[in-house]
Design a protein around this ligand. Structure first.
Ligand code: CUA
Length: 335
């Protein structure tokens, strides 16, 4: 009997894409699909039953010339009880599976692997800190068969994290954290969408979920986190390119322009070798040591005319990444 139920459920929760739902690739998806198919087939059954009876009765009780209409019965207690109790049982089952599934989706296991997510017009940033530190853009990498918890916030407006194959969707809200969890059950590459209208490029706020087997995941993360070490110290051009990527990814671009434009911080254009005057009255020609100090202790020397608002990047950038940023700044000549 149990076997029969299991086989029947498998019919409805197959992992391949079906007519109604996309492929399912997480353990959470099973419960969501069972609930969906249960409600769907209950609705289909009663819709067909009602339409068939409606047509049949309309025909059976049609008016016939010369024949008086029959007196209809006006009460039948067993029938009333029957059609009250059966629907109540059916909707109580709906409530039970729905509520149980909702609670499961809202309660991440305590041993879940945590990834920080930030949504920003119009990209997703994923920050990993275990066992290596790395930030990836628009690509969420996760291990298979392990609960993963996303701790999400937005830098600007409302976004929404939507991963159809995992059957999860959750709003991403500025100024607070929301969470989402799943346990990927199949290695592969899947789509990830923003499901909340967030401006002009909302429809392009698309990412990828890459599910690795656990050992491969650690390897990927280690390689990604150590990419900077792969660049030879004397390959100045590769360092400058890495620096440009860091400039965009680590938030430098929020406050420092590269075209001479005014923003919250001094422009990077022509910065290297420029003489900067500071709020304490001193001045200095910008060199490697000055830029390095400005990244690690931004408030030590604040350029005249700017507010002391820059956060320290101590612990967020490795030494070689700082070198890469300096090499990038050197390429931004003032002419
Ligand atoms: Cu972000 Cu729509």
């Amino acid at each position: 009997m149990n076997n029969l139920i299991e086989q029947t459920l498998q019919l409805f929760t197959q992992s391949e894409a079906g007519f109604w739902l996309p492929k399912s690739a997480s353990t959470n998806a099973v419960g969501v699909d069972i609930t969906f198919y249960y409600i769907l087939w209950v609705c289909v059954f009663f819709f067909v039953l009602n339409v068939v009876l409606l047509v049949y009765f309309a025909w059976k009780y049609r008016r016939i010339e010369g024949k008086e209409p029959e007196h209809s019965p006006h009460h039948n207690t067993p029938l009333e009880i029957f059609w009250t109790v059966i629907p109540i049982i059916i909707v109580l089952i709906m409530f039970y599976v729905g509520f149980k599934g909702y609670m499961e989706l809202r309660t991440p296991p305590s041993d879940a692997y945590e990834i920080q997510v930030s949504g920003q017009k119009w990209t997703w940033n994923f920050t990993y800190s275990q066992p290596f530190f790395y930030v990836s853009t628009n690509e969420l990498h996760v291990p298979v068969g392990r609960p993963v918890k996303l701790v999400m916030t937005s830098e600007d407006v409302l976004h929404s994290m939507f991963i159809p194959v995992f059957r999860v969707k959750q709003d991403v809200v500025p100024g607070r954290y929301t969470t989402l969890w799943f346990n990927a059950s199949e290695v592969g590459e899947y789509n990830l969408f923003c499901a909340e209208y967030c401006g002009t490029d909302h429809s392009n706020m698309i990412g990828k979920v890459v599910v690795h087997d656990p050992a491969e995941f650690v390897q990927w993360l280690e390689k990604a986190a150590n990419y900077i070490d792969e660049i030879p110290d004397n390959d100045i051009q590769a360092l400058a390119e890495a620096g440009e990527m860091l400039y965009n990814r680590k938030g430098c671009a929020q406050c420092h322009t590269i075209d001479g434009g005014i923003d919250d911080g001094p422009t990077f254009k022509g910065l290297f070798g420029r003489t900067e005057e500071f709020t304490d009255g001193t001045s200095l020609t910008a060199d490697e040591n000055y830029i390095r100090q400005s990244i690690l202790q931004p408030l030590a020397k604040v350029v005249k005319g700017y507010d002391p608002v820059m956060p320290t990047f101590q612990g967020k950038l490795r030494d070689k990444e700082i070198t890469a940023i300096i090499e990038y700044i050197k390429t931004l000549k003032s002419e």
